[in-house]
Write a protein that binds this ligand. Structure first.
Ligand code: AMP
Ligand code: ZN
Length: 141
């Protein structure tokens, strides 16, 4: 069901314009207005869900099932050298629209507009540290 004041629900309903890439009964895909790289696409479930935490398995399943097909269409259209998938959850993690979306970012080169900035801490964690972290997450299921 459409969520009041959600711009992505309004896009699905046609109340706001979008450049549609793909649509079926469960999923809608359209160009991100920011076009970080050419072909930058957002894939969203038609069921409003705030972010990954609130997404029921059946909604996630249909969403992710479609993504390889959409990625391959972008690949066929523009022959990018690579593609990043990105999903931001909560404000700190740069979520700005609170309707679950997966970014498909075709990559054309190192200076194409998208880059990662993350720190690698491989040397800071022993195998025991990793086992302890995994145990804590296991216990949270
Ligand atoms: P995020 O920061 O992960 O929540 O991403 C939200 C994305 O939605 C941003 O990349 C925006 O450029 C994009 N966006 C916001 N409004 C629209 C819109 N009306 N049509 C297409 N993309 C939008
Ligand atoms: Zn919505």
């Amino acid at each position: 069901m459409a969520h009041e004041d959600c711009i992505f629900c309004k896009i699905i309903d046609g109340e706001l314009p979008s450049a549609k890439v793909y649509e079926d009964e469960a999923v809608y895909a359209f160009l991100d207005i920011s076009q970080v790289t050419k072909g930058h696409t957002l894939v969203i479930p038609k069921t409003h869900t705030k972010n990954i935490y609130e997404t029921p398995p059946e909604v996630a399943s249909k969403l992710f099932e479609r993504i390889p097909t959409i990625a391959n269409a972008i690949k066929k259209a523009y022959q990018p050298a690579g593609m990043n998938l990105l999903n931001n959850n909560e404000k700190l993690a740069d979520q700005s629209v609170f309707h679950l979306h997966i970014h498909l970012l075709p990559r054309y080169g190192e200076d194409d507009g998208f880059s990662f900035n993350w720190q690698v801490h491989t040397d800071d964690y022993s195998q025991d540290d990793l086992q302890q972290i995994a145990k804590e997450i296991n216990e949270a299921f």
